[in-house]
Design a protein. Sequence first.
Length: 290
Amino acid sequence: MRALFQFDTDMNYLKSNLEVDPSRSPYIQDRLEVLYESNSIEDMQELVKDLLVTADSYKVVCLNTMNLGSTGKIHHPERRKIEREIGLCIDGEPELDRPDVVYGLILLENRWYFGKHTKSESVWRQHKHKPKSYSTALSTRVARSVVNIAVPAIENVKVIDPCCGIGTVVVEALSMGVNIVGRDISPLVCVGARENLTFFELDGKITKGPISEVQEHYDVAIIDMPYNIYSHVSPEEEYDIIYQARRIADRVVFITVDTIDHLLERAGFTIVDRGIAKKQQFERQVIVCK
């Protein structure tokens, strides 16, 4: 497989051999599927002459819009000049406004890379403004990140969020094509979660009831542990949620504001990864268990 460059919103980049849909990530802004690489623009001009353009029209964009590592920004007039030089060497129909395919060109650490350019649609941004929400809910960006951690590949994976609240995780998962159901013990919260799904025209199921009543088995569970004065649980209730999660799922991603390692160990979980999601002085732990 060809190498891929993925760029976040600050144009920090990662080179990878993994095929990743940039629309799934709340951080990846651009992706470049590398077709050719060279040490100079002149060499690249020769290479792109062999490019077979199957689309009706194309466009070339230079991605050096800001500093990239040790590579300085290429200013607008020079970028346009480079785009023309490369574009004129491609056998096809150029179209600047509505091209069928976009090719990207970038200079990284004194080497040029050319390939198919994909820009993320940032679907998740549309989900930031829900009809029903509360201040302590997961942010849309964190929720989407957690879904990606929990379900890196969606094929044949059944997922449950048994403490779904107003459905932030469920909305993000459904928008990525994940087979997920939501559940919550509060009837009012369930109504709000359903309203959010309807607002975004997402076809998903939200049921009412405690996690202890879940009978079906799932590949993955995502659980944002209850907290704050509106959803306070005792240590015994907290442990029961964790215990029931182990019963209904092979793999669980917990989001928690408290340290629950001792409860996870008591329930028989093994922690395989963890991280911290920060919002100013507020921190959540994201813990991956199996």
